[in-house]
Write a protein that binds this ligand. Structure first.
Ligand SMILES: [Zn+2]
Ligand SMILES: [Zn+2]
Length: 345
């Protein structure tokens, strides 16, 4: 059996004809297996959805009760049979509930990793290497220039700035699913025990993380807080809120942004960010190539991001590699495509 007999890329995503399902389809399909809750992977309107309980809950929070015809939850390590194809979910270390999906038939093992990172994150289960024959990887930061810093070190920079400017508010731009909660958890790990404020857009997801037992300490909505009370505090908000009217409620705000793209100075400047924090929920270049090697796969498919360098790296190692060119991934979160001037170097 060849990999293409198990999974084929089609306009809706990656399709398993044998099992009758798609993985992270970008258009409505009868049966979808979803790796995680970010909106470029998890869309509303499918017939049946199979995902981890957390991913299903997050989809429900974002899209409402009727986001799919029916749902089925699957735990990490659990496997089920779909039309003679064996399917199992494994931790991807990306956001709460994120999973790699392993598909096995005729002795061939294919793993679709979705988005992933191979570094510690106090808010989700750690990435697990799943040995396979074909590994389907993202390439959001698939250029050697992308080497993420140590996240704790970045959070230390933020705390240092708070100490330096006790009369100013610190606004930290962070994506509302995953990154915001991780930054809060990292602040707690660093010993910061004061109330952390939230933009309203992060309320539901953050409360959901807490309901799943992730300790984020005291968090409060910034809505209603007095301007003078916000001096010396930290507030998490969507990146787009940093430059808008909303930010005027804060005393002399310091603009920070937690993203892998903050490795690119021009991008920080463009957004008016004075305190860039290189904290990413995607593997960096070293993480991508180390993971590819660790799976033992002889064939690599690259779904989205900066495919060229990664495909080239694989081929230079004697691995078969191909870009999948699926349209529709990378629309949310930090998978957004960099401007040409930033990405090409
Ligand atoms: Zn994602
Ligand atoms: Zn993505």
């Amino acid at each position: 059996m060849r990999a293409e007999d198990i999974l084929v890329p089609d306009p809706s995503g990656v399709c398993c004809k044998l099992g009758g399902f798609h993985i992270d389809p970008t258009q409505p399909v009868p049966r979808a297996l979803i790796t995680h809750g970010h909106s470029d992977h998890a869309r509303a309107g499918h017939g049946a959805v199979l995902a981890t309980q957390e991913t299903l809950d997050i989809m429900r929070l974002r899209y409402g009760e009727n986001f799919a015809g029916s749902t089925q939850a699957i735990g990490y390590g659990e496997s089920i049979d779909l039309g003679g194809v064996r399917v199992s979910f494994h931790p991807a270390g990306h956001v709460l509930g994120s999973a790699q999906i392993k598909v096995e038939a005729g002795g061939l093992r294919v793993v679709a990793a979705g988005d992933y990172k191979d570094v510690a994150d106090p808010t989700c289960a750690p990435f697990e290497t799943v040995p396979c024959d074909v590994f389907i990887t993202e390439a959001t930061f698939g250029l050697p220039v992308f080497r993420h810093h140590d996240a704790q070190g970045e959070v230390a920079k933020l705390l240092h700035s708070v100490t330096l400017f006790p009369d100013r508010a610190h606004l930290v731009g962070a994506y509302s699913l995953g990154k915001a909660q991780r930054v809060i958890a990292l602040l707690r790990q660093a010993g910061y025990d004061k109330t952390i404020y939230l933009h309203g857009a992060m309320e539901k997801i953050t409360a959901y993380y807490q309901s799943r037992g992730i300790d984020l300490g005291p968090v409060e909505l910034v809505r209603g807080a007095k301007k003078s009370d916000l001096a010396g505090t930290i507030t998490l908000c969507p990146p787009s809120a940093i430059g808008d009217l909303w930010s005027r409620r804060f005393p002399d705000p310091v603009a920070a942004f937690a993203s892998g793209w903050m490795r690119v100075r021009a991008r920080a400047r463009q957004r008016g960010v004075t305190l860039p924090l290189v904290i990413s929920d995607h593997a960096d270049w070293d993480g991508l190539v180390a993971t590819i090697a660790a799976t033992g796969a002889s064939e690599i498919w690259v779904t989205h991001g900066q495919e060229d360098a990664l495909v080239h790296w694989c081929r230079s190692r004697g691995l078969k590699a191909r870009p999948l060119d699926i349209v529709g991934y990378g629309d949310e979160e930090e998978s957004e495509n960099p401007a040409p001037a930033e990405g090409g170097a």
